[in-house]
Design a protein around this ligand. Structure first.
Ligand code: ADP
Ligand code: TRP
Length: 324
């Protein structure tokens, strides 16, 4: 069975953009693949400097995944920092990528242009990501388009290492949904924690209402037809609808008389209804710290065992001997 691995940063509350692009897909994969999924808290240190935020966001992300149906018996689910072998591997791999190559990383350049400090951690972020992938013999790595280049770096590092030392690493294949739509946020830009335009999966009804009511709309009057193809409300609402329902919504947009306020109220109800069963489950999970700990312990053991075995292979190839 192919091993499919991905990581999600706990850099804020998870939102509809995360859910409809990555989370839902990963949860489905647990039935057909050997799913490896982790919460990338070490990567989040590049953007979070509050202890409480890091702890809370990490636990929230774990609870979100479990509530949404991730089954710890079918998958391996852990927190990145619980398998410290990846940080050791980061050092070894850093000998297989040049400063020049790293300086061409789009993601690094984007983050700097958004005002993040050009810390060394941000610069070597792709090496830690490569270690995450290579430590676990991953065959397939599903990521968003923004991570495509990081996968190329990973394949490069693994290839160069293997050239020097034999077939130590499995070379992973990226799985990039080229035509997956970018889900817009309340302001019409890409929904993103860094733009403060998110609709979060498990916010209170009051906060969700505030977010939904703030979705941008054009100035078309009630008596005018509305354009569904440029409407942010339509784009978000249709995430919850099947084909026929989307078609009906389209017709309503094109028929004069539609009030955006009414559609927003419907959308809010729809979000509440869709996540209601998960919300209940999440409350149970979050109040059961022992359960969360036991899931994470199991994940840490399974992922750790594989990483330890692989690191022994890597050390032995490199000539790093440890006194036992
Ligand atoms: P954010 O931009 O909120 O910080 P992340 O970068 O942590 O989100 O994204 C985690 C995953 O979710 C990535 O694979 C990314 O491609 C996907 N994703 C995030 N926001 C969106 C969106 N608005 N539309 C589609 N996919 C998204
Ligand atoms: N960099 C990824 C993102 O921001 C998160 C991530 C960290 C990751 N390590 C990974 C994704 C390994 C896939 C594989 O979305």
């Amino acid at each position: 069975m192919k091993r499919i691995l991905t990581g999600l940063q706990p850099s804020g509350k998870l939102h509809l953009g995360n859910y409809f692009s990555v989370m839902r897909k990963m949860i489905k994969y647990q039935d057909n693949f050997d799913l490896f999924l982790f919460i990338a808290n070490l990567h989040s240190l590049t953007s979070i400097s509050s202890r409480d935020d890091l702890i809370n966001n990490t636990y929230d992300a774990v609870a979100d995944f479990l509530a949404l149906g991730l089954d710890p018996d079918k998958s391996t689910f852990w927190i990145q920092s619980d398998v410290p072998e990846v940080t050791e591997l980061t050092w070894y791999l850093s000998n297989y990528i040049t400063v020049n190559q790293l300086s061409l990383a789009h993601s690094y350049k984007d983050k700097i242009s958004k005002g993040l400090q050009p810390n060394a951690s941000l610069f070597i972020y792709p090496i830690l990501m490569a270690a995450d992938i290579l430590a676990f013999d991953s065959n397939v790595v599903p990521v968003g388009k923004d991570q495509k280049q990081h996968l190329e770096f990973t394949r490069d590092m693994a290839g160069r290492f293997n050239q020097d030392y034999g077939d130590v690493f499995v070379i992973p294949e990226p799985e990039i949904d080229e035509d997956s739509a970018v889900i817009p946020g309340t302001d019409g830009q890409k929904m993103s924690k860094s733009y403060k335009n998110t609709i979060n999966l498990f916010d209170s009804e009051k906060d969700l209402k505030k977010a939904v009511m703030s979705i941008v709309s054009d100035s078309a009057g009630i008596d005018e037809a509305k354009d569904p193809d440029t409407s942010t409300i339509f784009a978000i609402y249709s995430l919850f609808l099947n084909e026929t329902e989307t078609q009906n919504l389209r017709t309503r947009f094109l028929t004069p008389g539609l009030r955006y306020g009414d559609i927003k109220k419907e959308l809010l109800e729809c979000i509440m209804e869709y996540f209601q069963p998960y919300r209940k489950k999440r409350e149970e999970i979050i109040s059961n710290k022992d359960y969360i700990e036991s899931v994470l312990k199991k994940g840490k053991e399974k992922a750790g065992w594989i990483a330890q075995k692989n690191l022994e292979k890597v050390r032995s190839a490199l000539g790093i001997k440890r006194i036992s």
